[in-house]
Structure formats: structure tokens, C-alpha cells
Write a protein that binds this ligand. Sequence first.
Ligand SMILES: Cc1ncc(COP(=O)(O)O)c(C=O)c1O
Length: 448
Amino acid sequence: MTQDSPDRGADRDARQLRQQSDEHVIKCMGDVDMGLVAGDGLKVTDADGKQYIDAISAEWVLNLGFRNPEIKQAINDQLDTIDYVSPVFESEARTELARKLAELAPGELSKVLYGLSGAGAVEGAMHLAMRATGGSDFVCLDAAFHGRTFATIGLTYVNPGMVEGANQGLDRYLPRQMRIPNYNCYRCPLGLERETCDLACAEAIEWELERGHLNGPAGVIVEPFQANGGMVPAPDGYLERAHEISRAHQVPLIVDEVQGALCRCGPMYAVQRTAVEPEMIILGKALGGGLPLSATITTPEYSALLPWEYGFTQAGNPTACAAGLAMIEVMLRDDLPANSEKMGNLLTDGLAEIEKDSKLIGDIRGQGLMVGVELVLDRETKEPAFAETDALMAACLEHGLMIGKTGPVFGSNGNVVKFKPAVNVSEDEIVEMTEIFGRALAEVEATL
Ligand SMILES: Cc1ncc(COP(=O)(O)O)c(C=O)c1O
């Protein structure tokens, strides 16, 4: 079904699509019984013909919304020239994107190792770090999420059910990693208060780098804003302290911006909210303008690989690189870092207004257009509102708003809803999102 024919046997189409999907597609990453068949800007249409406003940029991938005309044009132009170039050859689009990423990056970051997925890029960063340091053990955070491949699952820990499933039978493949207490000022795992804690969670990095490794430390990997771990921003000073400690131990600080980069948290790179110049930044999700592409950007010091130790036939696919480059050019031309900041503030202000009359909102956390709302049954005890979060998600969908859901506390599925709309979102669209969200929340709260 297309947007031009929204009522063509819509209901039958949706059921058929589901049936055939069940017969032939092995679904990964969970299961939502909904077919999406058309998208335009921030609007997406399901197989029943119902339209939604997309507040999560289609799994935080389409940072300029569905079918952005300039990205489409760049893809067409690339297809008119050359569609694929093996990674062993030079390619203009691949080189131009790498040059642009380097030009925009902080500090000495100038070398790009391409991958296909976020987890693939994390593995690339692990290879580079291990070659340069000679170590093999990484420090990672308790609620970190860095992917689901055999290597990255060892760095990932979020939903216990997810980890159980993902780890089952894989012991012989999982790398041993050094896991430290999370940063989370709303639910400090160390029971401390931010005013007096002296960033004890960051100090744990030091302990592990000194005593926690078996085969020598290879690096410290951290998300600047934990997404799957509950939409939790690193507290002020955390990344600075993590960098000081890792530098003192001569291992790289690897900042995983698979979700945070490309104006999601405001600036082009999330770490640019601080003055930290890490040794590596990992990019994925939005990097290919909707096509599969990821990258690790690093310094010359950390750029050596052994021949054939890492690589993918489609790494740095020129068509995906052309799409990514066009996306970045639009972001710069239209000053989307500023739009992300401004619209993010508008969104969090709107949510704060809703919070005033809300029983369930316990905390609102945001940087740019990376925004989480944690739901609790009691603001004192912070008991997570699992069933109510599920009900709120359903009510938002009912009213035509698509939002996301995650931890930091996981029952069946988590107690935090997330907003990560396209970074070219307009004021009117933010108002529409908050208005629907407020209405859906009021409906759920009326049943309490
Ligand atoms: C911070 C972070 N790193 C890595 C990944 C893995 O990316 P992918 O699913 O593309 O492998 C994700 C995915 O959600 C992520 O959020």
C-alpha cells in the first residue's frame, strides 16, 4: 500500500503482511505486530493506513526524517556514477565522508575505519585499541549497550532477559571485560548524591585499570548518554575524569556515539558538549542517512590493523557514504546542531509542564533531541511503573504518536519512554508530540 492509496484493502494487507512475515522472516530485536509501509518527513503510515508522528526517527536512524529529498538526490547521483567500490580500492564518496568526519571531529581524530553496523564499528574500535596497547581487556559500564555480536555482547549489559538470551551457550566466545558501576544520578548505584559524590562512579575506572584486568587493559568504552541503559546522561565532569584516568594508564577513551552523534545530543558529536578530545568515537545508526554504515574515527596513533584482521565487503559502501555526506551537509547548512538544542529545550519544557500535573513522571533527562522520561509509582521510593509505561506506549500509538521505551529498571520491558525525533523537527511538530503525549498520559493516569 502507498500513501496515495491509503484505503486499498488496508486491513487485509496488514494481516497478510504479518502472516507472510511470520512464515519467512526471522525477526530479531523483539517483535511489534505492526507493518510500516510509507514514510514522509516525520510521518509514517502503517499497513492499516493509520498515520503516526514519528518521535523516534525510525529507531533513531533517520536523523532528517523519512525520504529526505537531498539524501535521495545524493543516492541517485551516486547510483548514476558508480554504485559499489570494494574496500581495497579508493572511492571518492568514501574518502569525502571520512574527510568531512575528520574535519568536524574534536582533537586529533583524523582516521576512519568503516563498518556496517554499530556493533561492527565497536569491534573495529576494539581491534584498533588492542593493536595499539597490546592489552585485550576493556572497562565498560554496568548498564552499557554496545551491540549484540559475539564480541560486543561481552561489553553490553542492559535488560537482564536480553542478556540471558544473548549470552546463552556463548561462553567460549565472550570476551572477559571489566564492568564498573553505572553513572546514574537519579538512581545512583553507589547510593551517593551528586553534590558530594566526587564522581565515585568514574573513579571506579582507575581501580579496574590498575587491578581488574587479566591480559592488560586495552581501553575504556563509554556512551556519553546511555540510551538502552535508560536514557541517562553522563554527569558533568564524568567524561573529563574518564579521559584523565585512561590517559594516565595509556589506554584510549572510546566514546560510543552510535546513538548520540550527528546532532542527536545537540552538537555533531555528542562529546562536543564537553571539551574532551577522546582517542576514538564510534558512529552508526544515522551515519548512512538511512543506509547501513558505521565507523570508528580515531587518531593516527590508534590506526594500525594487521592485514585482514577486520573488514566487511560492504564496509564504506559508496552509496551509503554519499547519503551520509549529503545528510551532514544539510545539518551544517541548516545549523541543525542549534535546532536540536532549541527543539530539545522546547520538548523538555513541554514535558516539564506536563509533569506538574502528573503522578507518574519521576524524572526528565535530555540533551538536545535525546530525551527520556522515567515513570515511577512513587516519587519517594522511585518504584518503577512498568505496567503504566506499557499502557502509555499503547495510548500514544492509539493517538498517533510513536515513541520508544527502555530501562534503567527492566521488568518486562522498562520504565522509561524515549523521544528522539529527526533533528530537523519543527516547532509545530514538537508541540504536536507533547500535546498527544500529555493527552495519552492523562488517560493512563485517570485509571490509577
Ligand atoms: C550505543 C550503541 N552502541 C552500539 C549499538 C549496536 O548497533 P547495531 O544494532 O547497529 O549493531 C547500539 C544499538 O542500539 C547502541 O545503542
